[in-house]
Write a protein that binds this ligand. Structure first.
Ligand code: LLP
Length: 463
C-alpha cells in the first residue's frame, strides 16, 4: 500500500485480479459459514437471521449502521479456547479487539482472563467485576497513573516493555508495599506474515526488549534484582491475523533459549511464557484459520520439545487471542443509500456508515465479504465496491465483492467478521456518530454499547 499522495480515483479503480477470491460465487444468496457468526442463517422468506431474529427487525429496532454480536458464538469461542488450552495454560482475551462491560462479564463467566492495554480498558474490566488477578496489563508507554492504578488494583501481571518501565513499576510497587508479578516482553526477531503495520516482533519497531544483543537478558538481570518485582516469565507477541504457525515456532524456541540462559546465569527457572495473540480468522471464503485445539496442540508440542532439549521444566503457557474470539462473532448491518454503476469498471454501492465504523480496509487494505441480507435475489452478480458516506475517496468498506445486480436503495447489506478492531477503532470522522453494538442471543437482542448521539458530540465540545 502506498502512502504517497495520488490523484483521487485511478489507484482505487484497478480491475479485479484474475483468480481473486471474489470471483462470483455460484449462488450469491449462500452464506459461507466460515465468515458468518455461528447462529446466522436465512429463514424461509430469504431474510438473514441471527440468534433467530431477522435483520429487518433488528434494523427497525436499532437502526443502521449497527454491529450485531452473536453472544452464543462469542461464549462458544471462549469455551473452545479455554478447553483447548486446559488447566495447565491460561487464555487471556485481548480487550483491544473489542471491550465492553457485557463482554467482561461473559469472559468472567466463561473462565477466561483479560489482557488490557490502557487505563480505559482497565477501568472497564474492573467496573464490570473482572477479578484483578485475572487481568494482564500491557502497553509500551504506560503512564505512572496507569501503573499506580494497575498495581493498586492488584492485577495479576504487568507486562514490562522497556528498561524505564522496569524501574517505574518497581518503584510504584515498592511505594505500595507489594511485590508485583511481572513478565518481560521480548522481541524475538520474527516478522510474521501479515500486514507490515501490525507485525510487531521484528526488531525495527517500538514494542518490547530485543533478544538480540543481550538486551532481554539484561532486562531479566535488572528485574531479578528488584525486590518489589516478581518476575514470572517472558512474553512474546509476533503480529496479528497470522495463519502460519512457523512464526510461533521460532518465537517459542527463542523464548525457551532465553529461559535456559536465565537458568544458567541465575539458577532460576521462570515458570511462565506468554506467546501473545495474533491468530487469523476468515474474512473471505479464501481464508482457512486454525481451530483453537490445533493451535493449543501445536504450541504445547513446540514448547515441550524445546524445553526437553534445553533440560527445562515445561513452563505454564498463556496466549492472548483477541480477533480469533470476537472477530467472527459480529457483522455490521448497513442500509444501501445509492447504487452508482461506472461503465466498464464496477458499481459503487454507498452505505450509511463507512471508514468511521470500519477503518481496516483503508488502513490495512483488509479484505471483507458482503451479502444482501434483507432478501434473496436471482439477479446476475455485479462487481461492486461498498463505500461509506465520508468525504474521502478512500472511504471503502469492501473493496471488491459481488452483489446482485438488482440491488437498490433501501436494501440491507451486511459485512461479516467485523467483531474485532472495528467498533474498537471507530472514529467520529465527519462527526459521524459511532454505531451501537447489539448482542443477540436466543431470540433476544439488547444494546450493550449504545449509539452515539449528537448530544454526545456536543457535550465534548465545550465551546
Ligand atoms: N497481545 C498483544 C500483546 C497484542 O499486542 C495484541 C494485538 C494481541 C494480544 C491480540 O492480537 P489478536 O489476537 O487480536 O490478533 N488493529 C489491527 C490489529 C492490531 C493488533 C495489536 N495487538 C487490526 O485491525 O488488524
Amino acid at each position: 500500500m502506498s502512502r504517497s499522495a495520488h490523484p483521487a480515483g485511478p489507484r482505487h479503480a484497478d480491475v479485479l485480479p484474475e483468480g481473486h477470491w471474489s470471483a462470483p460465487p455460484a449462488d450469491l444468496n449462500t452464506l459461507d459459514e466460515k465468515v458468518w457468526a455461528r447462529t446466522v442463517g436465512r429463514n424461509d422468506e430469504g431474510i438473514v437471521t441471527v440468534g433467530g431474529i431477522e435483520v429487518t427487525r433488528l434494523a427497525e429496532e436499532f437502526g443502521t449502521p449497527a454491529y450485531f454480536l452473536d453472544e452464543t458464538d462469542f461464549r462458544a469461542r471462549c469455551r473452545a479456547w479455554a478447553e483447548a488450552f486446559g488447566k495447565d495454560a491460561d487464555v487471556f482475551y485481548a480487550g483491544k479487539a473489542f471491550l465492553s462491560r457485557a463482554v467482561v462479564r461473559w469472559l468472567k463467566e466463561e473462565g477466561l482472563n483479560l489482557d488490557v492495554c490502557s487505563g480505559g480498558e482497565l477501568a472497564t474490566a474492573l467496573d464490570a467485576g473482572m477479578p484483578a488477578e485475572r487481568i494482564a496489563f500491557h502497553g509500551n508507554n504506560k503512564s505512572d497513573g496507569e501503573i499506580r492504578r494497575a498495581v493498586g488494583a492488584g492485577v495479576g501481571r504487568i507486562v514490562l516493555d522497556s528498561f524505564q518501565e522496569i524501574v517505574r513499576v518497581a518503584h510504584v510497587a515498592q511505594e505500595a508495599g507489594v511485590r508485583q508479578r511481572v513478565q518481560i516482553r521480548v522481541t524475538v526477531g520474527v516478522e510474521a506474515h501479515t500486514h507490515e503495520f501490525i507485525a510487531t516482533a521484528h526488531e525495527d519497531q517500538k514494542f518490547g526488549i530485543a533478544l538480540a544483543g543481550g538486551q532481554a537478558a539484561e532486562a531479566v538481570r535488572r528485574a531479578l534484582r528488584l525486590d518489589s518485582l516478581e518476575l514470572i516469565g517472558i512474553h512474546s507477541h509476533i503480529g496479528s491475523q497470522i495463519f502460519d504457525m512457523a512464526g510461533f515456532e521460532v518465537s517459542a524456541r527463542r523464548v525457551v533459549q532465553l529461559l535456559a540462559e536465565v537458568r544458567d546465569e541465575h539458577g532460576v527457572e521462570l515458570p511462565e511464557i506468554d506467546l501473545g495473540g495474533g491468530l487469523g480468522i476468515a474474512y473471505t471464503s479464501d481464508d482457512d484459520p486454525r481451530e483453537p485445539h490445533e493451535i493449543a496442540k501445536a504450541l504445547g508440542e513446540i514448547v515441550t520439545r524445546e524445553c526437553e532439549a534445553a533440560g527445562l521444566r515445561t513452563p505454564r503457557i498463556s496466549v492472548e487471542p483477541g480477533r480469533a474470539i470476537v472477530g467472527p462473532t459480529a457483522f455490521t448491518l448497513y442500509e444501501v443509500g445509492t447504487v452508482k454503476p461506472l461503465e466498464g469498471l464496477r458499481t459503487y454501492v454507498s452505505v450509511d456508515g463507512g471508514m468511521s465504523d470500519n477503518i481496516r480496509t483503508a488502513l490495512y487494505d483488509a479484505e471483507y465479504s458482503v451479502a444482501l441480507v434483507s432478501r434473496t435475489s436471482d439477479a446476475e452478480p455485479m462487481l461492486s465496491r461498498v463505500v461509506g458516506k465520508h468525504c474521502e475517496s478512500g472511504d471503502i468498506v469492501v473493496k471488491d465483492a459481488f452483489l446482485p445486480a438488482d440491488l437498490a436503495p433501501g436494501d440491507l447489506i451486511a459485512v461479516p467478521a467485523t467483531g474485532a478492531y472495528c467498533r474498537s477503532m471507530a472514529s467520529n470522522y465527519n462527526h459521524a456518530l459511532r454505531p451501537p453494538v447489539v448482542a443477540v442471543r436466543d431470540g433476544a437482542a439488547r444494546v450493550i454499547v449504545r449509539r452515539e448521539t449528537e448530544e454526545d458530540l456536543l457535550r465534548l465540545d465545550v465551546g
